[in-house]
Design a protein. Structure first.
Length: 271
């Protein structure tokens, strides 16, 4: 039951109708008997400043931030965590007595999703496809784990910007062409592009380049054509559902200072 004591957390985005976050978080609050509720808010691009001010005015405990606000919201916060500064995006806000601190839990969520599959990243050679916000989160997370990253993007200049920003964290290079000889060196291939979201999207790699024994990871929640092709060639495949789960679990812990009931959240997510 919602009362005057109930702590409110929410999500800002546009569009917002598709979000699975309320299902996950409200189930988690109920499981632990926490007096919290989670609600989605449609926030237009030009209203993000007003929405952030409302966090303080309404004493909202915490917020998830999704597209298109992850970068713009940073200008209106009081503190930004280290990983959010590097990634250049915030997806979680904590309100402590009017002081708003921004975090990015995507990097944590990605690394945790691989660890759950018993995949070690230390000293591994990784091919990262894409150079957008998702790619930055992945790059930060895997570099912190001691991996060697090679970025490929259709616009190489964007990949070089990531290299420049992240080179002090770990070993990162840019490649401008993927050949059969080059791809053989990689243990893990990660698709951080949007290719695969639509049914008729082309694969981000030519099928002939896929090699048995490699691990293919796609940040998209479903089994994309890339993952289906890789699986048919005897590769290990991982979709983006685990990353979604674990980034949400981390946000839950930031707001509540309580370990998230991950099994419950996973159950509702898979539904």
């Amino acid at each position: 039951m919602i009362t005057g004591k109930t702590k409110v957390v929410c999500i800002f985005g546009d569009p917002i109708e598709h979000t699975l976050s309320p299902l996950m978080h409200n189930a988690a609050f109920k499981e632990l008997g926490l007096d919290y509720c989670y609600v989605p808010f449609l926030v237009k691009k030009e209203k993000i400043k007003d929405a952030v001010e409302a966090i303080r005015a309404l004493n909202i405990r915490g917020v998830n931030i999704t597209v298109p606000h992850k970068e713009a919201v940073m200008s209106y916060l009081d503190e930004i965590s280290e990983e959010a500064k590097y990634i250049g995006a915030v997806n979680t806000i904590l309100n402590e007595q009017g002081n708003l601190k921004g975090f990015n839990t995507d990097a944590y969520g990605f690394v945790k999703s691989l660890k759950e599959e018993n995949i070690s990243l230390k000293d591994k050679f990784i091919l990262l496809l894409g150079a957008g916000g998702a790619a930055k989160a992945v790059a930060y997370g895997v570099l912190k784990e001691g991996a060697n990253i090679f970025i490929f993007n259709r616009t190489p200049s964007k990949a070089y910007k990531i290299k420049e920003s992240f080179s002090q964290i770990g070993k990162i290079e840019v490649i401008e062409q993927i050949t059969p000889e080059i791809i053989e060196k990689f243990h893990i291939v990660i698709n951080a592009t949007s290719s695969g979201l639509k049914r008729d999207d082309p694969m981000p790699l030519e099928p002939a380049l896929l090699k048995k024994g490699q691990t293919y990871v796609d940040l998209i929640y479903t089994k994309t054509p890339l993952l289906k092709e890789a699986e048919s060639r005897g590769c290990e495949v991982i979709d983006g559902l685990g990353m979604l789960l674990w980034q949400a679990a981390k946000a839950f812990e930031i707001w509540t200072s309580t370990p998230a009931p991950v099994d419950v959240m996973k159950k509702f997510l898979k539904k």
